[in-house]
Design a protein around this ligand. Structure first.
Ligand code: NAP
Length: 344
């Protein structure tokens, strides 16, 4: 099977990861790249300030960047990955869905909309079926699917495995890499020799998106999980990889070994970009670390370690690569799930 795919906002930090991950993909063939009007009409190699750690694939460098509008994208493209700024995505993604394109989007707009599936394939693949409701209500031939924020996605796979003990309350403090803000997001003067203890909007995203991802779907509606999540987000001077300190409180008693066993039992999927095991568990309490562990499973694995008891649950650390599992890889895996479940 070969599915023709495109990237909306393909010249940016996340767009470049899409191109890297799509190179040699067994099912998807890259057929279109869009960006802002400043880049449209320009060969990709001139339009993108290429910064990922492999060369621009030759055939991609010659692609002419298109405008980000449905008429500019060929009709035979079945699936679009979106890495647009959320304000732009909020305006154009519905137009693309109405024009019949299926969009797997990384942008934050519409993540909490009732009829938009917010999906981590190993955690809540069944939520995809809310697309029937979306198509009925909006009259779209296409569809819009979202992946969560990069900090949420590092933590929720671990929480999903602990829910068998009755998740009650979660506190999390993050140490987030600078690439999470995009190339122009944090200046060197702000971040070298420094930690910034606030990332605008990030805390509420972690608090709300986690409840939707862990929620249940009854065939018509997604109900939010009633766990309380409280987040404190910090920008630190690492390049890639968000490390997070999590305190999880459970209704049932839980020992560190129970949590580690639950992490190791996390489900895996037979999709091209899915890692062989979702969560790598470290015995060494000084791991995971961003520089050492962010590329586990090609950047698609979550790492966890340092599990210890607290009076009402467990405390542990987890890590994920923010532009791979936290962004482009997340949308790509959702695209593979959409193809596998017959939504294209
Ligand atoms: P970025 O580096 O600034 O790239 C933005 C992309 O959107 C570029 O291709 C840009 O094209 C295009 N664009 C900007 N304005 C546009 C417009 N008016 N019309 C059409 N295209 C336009 O941003 P990023 O870091 O890749 O982030 C992209 C999205 O992913 C954001 O919504 C972000 O919040 C989300 N996200 C990022 C991360 C991360 O770790 N970086 C993680 C999760 C989610 P030009 O090159 O022509 O300007």
């Amino acid at each position: 099977m070969s599915v023709r795919v495109g990237i909306l906002g393909g010249t940016g930090a996340v767009g470049q990861r899409f191109i890297q991950l799509l190179d040699g993909h067994p099912e998807f063939e890259l057929a279109a790249i869009t960006a802002s009007d400043d880049s449209a009409g320009t060969p990709y190699r001139d339009a993108a300030k290429w910064r990922v750690d492999s060369p621009i694939p030759d055939d991609v460098g010659d692609i002419t960047v298109r405008a980000t509008e449905p008429d500019a994208v060929p009709d035979d493209v079945d699936l679009l990955f979106s890495s647009l700024p959320s304000g732009v995505a909020a305006e154009v993604e519905p137009d693309f869905a109405e024009a019949g394109y299926v969009i797997s989007s990384n942008s934050s707009n519409a993540r909490m909309a009732d009829d938009v599936p917010l999906v981590i394939p190993e955690v809540n693949p069944e939520h995809l079926d809310v697309l029937d409701v979306q198509r009925d209500e909006r009259g779209w031939d296409g569809a819009l699917v979202k992946n969560p924020n990069c900090s949420t996605i590092a933590m929720v796979p671990t929480l999903a495995t602990l829910d068998r003990f009755g998740l009650d309350r979660v506190h999390v403090a993050t140490l987030q890499a600078v690439s999470g803000a995009g190339y122009s997001g944090v200046t060197s003067m702000e971040i070298i020799d420094n930690v910034v203890p606030h990332i605008g909007g990030e805390e509420s995203k972690m608090e709300t998106e986690s409840k939707k991802l862990l929620g249940s779907f009854d065939g018509a509606e997604i109900s939010l999980h009633d766990v309380d999540v409280s987040a404190s987000c910090n920008r630190v001077p690492t390049l890639d990889g968000h490390l997070e300190n999590v305190w999880a409180e459970t209704e049932e008693d839980i020992e560190p070994e129970d949590a580690e066993d639950a992490f190791r039992d996390a489900p895996t999927l037979d999709l091209p970009s899915a890692p062989d095991s979702l969560i790598e568990v470290f015995d060494d309490p000084s791991r995971p670390q961003p520089r050492l562990d962010r590329t586990l499973g090609g950047g698609m694995q979550v790492a966890a370690g340092g599990v210890q008891s607290t009076p009402s649950g467990v405390q542990y650390n987890c890590l994920a690569h923010n532009t791979i599992r936290g962004a482009a890889g997340a949308s790509l895996l959702n695209g593979e799930l959409l193809a596998d479940r017959g939504w294209l």
